[in-house]
Design a protein around this ligand. Structure first.
Ligand code: EPU
Length: 341
């Protein structure tokens, strides 16, 4: 299958912030068989490549003098295993939420708390997406990728992906080297809902639900997300703009003494995770707006584009927030989405 390389294409429809920057070259990948042609193109032009899924975790700050490839590889497969689990494989270009709903409708459980996360299946492992007490790494078994350096197809087990909190080796060690083509999950035929995370139990109670059905839980999670997070089609954003900082427990103890109402979660032994949203909110940023760049009115962790903001406007606002939080609490917030160029 041949692939077309278009020139000077606006990326506005392909990033959830809606930034109007252009790509020098642009191609849509529909089949892994097109990857050698992409590799040849890169070798010929010597331009870097950026693979984009849903574009929901991207901050584009200027025109990109590079090749941008939209990953649209489709395909869904499900197979029961001898041990009673079910193995599910999805093409990297499948839309994440539609995929989650499909698994639940087919009776494969485990991904329900990750409902309504924007983006595609192939982008999910790059930042090890997570929500409401579940992370992608809890259910992923392996992924297929194409190595642009060698031109070979490779398989990464979940262990080999070096998953961390919103992190993997694809984000940190090898950005741009591997193109994920498919992801395989091990799901359960038994429904074991994870309900402990903030907000879920209260919502179940409010709806008089004692033990939710899988699709019911997916709906409930979707409702919680919709109440807290703006829909990119209505208001440009990339979800949480900062990571929740993980600090040594002793340091958090000191902070807690000064700010008893600070929101703290348990983390790995000896460490605690702070709610960055609380730190930013405490400093009065929620609802702040400067030009068309702003802090979402319902959730201080989310930066939004009211229409004409540029990626630089958002980065500038993020810098002001980082400086303010650092000055008040001595904590440097880390930006969560990937920034280009
Ligand atoms: N909070 C405030 N003010 C705010 C925002 C939050 O005080 O403006 C407090 C809340 O009261 C709450 C705590 O901070 O007690 C945590 O807030 P929330 O439950 O909304 O979650 P979060 O820490 O802001 C994280 C993830 C989200 C994920 C939710 C639910 C990160 C960076 N963010 O947000 O992930 O959906 O938990 O699991 O880890 C994303 O990565 O893009 C994302 C949306």
């Amino acid at each position: 299958m041949s692939i077309e390389f278009q020139e000077n294409i606006s990326l506005k429809p392909y990033n959830s912030f809606g930034f109007d920057v252009s790509a020098r070259y642009f191609a849509v990948l529909e089949d892994a068989g097109q990857l050698p042609a992409i590799r040849d193109f890169i070798a010929r032009t010597k331009l870097p490549v950026l693979f984009v899924g849903g574009g929901s975790n991207l901050v584009l700050t200027a025109d990109l003098n590079q090749l941008v490839v939209l990953n649209r590889i489709q395909g869904l497969q499900m197979q029961d295993q001898a041990d009673g689990t079910v193995s599910v494989t999805a093409g990297a270009g499948e839309e994440w939420h539609a995929f989650v709903r499909w698994t639940l409708e087919q009776g494969g459980y485990g991904l329900e708390n990750l409902s309504l996360i924007p983006g595609t299946v192939g982008a999910a492992p790059i930042q090890n997406i997570g929500a409401y007490g579940v992370e992608l790494k809890d259910c992923m078994s392996f992924l297929d990728a194409f190595d642009l350096e060698t031109g070979e197809s490779v398989v990464f087990t979940a262990d080999e992906c070096q998953f961390g909190y919103r992190d993997s080796l694809f984000k940190t060690r090898f950005p741009g080297r591997y193109l994920i083509t498919a992801v395989t999950f091990t799901l359960s035929r038994e429904f074991n809902p994870v309900l402990h995370y903030g907000g879920i139990e209260a919502q179940l109670k409010a709806r008089h639900i004692h033990s939710p059905e899988p699709l019911q839980l997916s709906d409930l999670i979707s409702d919680i997300r919709q109440a807290k997070l703006p829909q990119p089609a209505q208001l440009g954003n990339a979800g949480s703009f900062f990571k929740n900082p993980v600090l040594p427990a002793a340091k958090v103890e000191q902070l807690k003494a000064d700010y008893p109402e600070m929101v703290v979660f348990a983390d790995r032994p000896g460490y605690c995770k702070l709610a960055a949203g609380w730190l930013i909110d405490r400093q009065g940023w929620k609802g702040f707006r400067q030009g068309d760049a702003g802090v979402y009115s319902q959730q201080a962790l989310v930066l939004v584009n009211y229409g004409a903001a540029s990626g630089m406007d958002i980065i500038e606002l993020a810098g002001a927030i980082q400086a303010d939080v650092y000055q008040q609490f001595g904590i440097m917030l880390e930006i969560e989405p990937r920034c280009y160029p």
